[in-house]
Design a protein around this ligand. Sequence first.
Ligand code: ZN
Length: 198
Amino acid sequence: MEYYSSQINRLVEELSRLPGIGSKSAQRLAFHILNMPKENANSLACAITEARNNVRYCKECCTLTDDELCPVCKNSKRDHRTIMAVENTRDLAAYEKTGKYEGVYHVLHGAISPMLGIGPADIRLKELMVRLQNEVDELIIATNSSLEGEATAMYISKLVKPTGIRVTRIASGVPVGGDLEYIDEVTLLRALEGRREL
Ligand code: ZN
């Protein structure tokens, strides 16, 4: 890309590091940004910088938020004795969109995968176990139905069952290997309602 100036090259390079963006798309996006009104381009740059600088993990459920506690954990109307463990913040958002789940969440930030060398210590499991020392009636495991999601569910279930807390797993109306975030709300609710004891 010798024919672009170095600053254009840099923008293209940065954009092409994003997932799903090849070099052609990166060039298209770069020229789109360069043709934007200056204030829009600045606003995009600020949104990235501010979000990246201020977003942190919720002290309670480990989801990404910009406050000490996320809006769900802060809400006293939620049922804090029911915890749903999900793999990531996007899965939490998928269940929140249904508007029907009244409990709180725990975001694991991944799933156990011996193949990828991701062990129990690499996800937010320790934080979950600490939370379960409070008064909790039920832990709903809503990891994906992929191999890793199932392995994680089994692992957590074995760990938690001796504490006497009710452990359930969402129904597998969710297609195997399916990411929760791509599944429609009706299917998500059905999976939640059809959860079974582990
Ligand atoms: Zn939270």
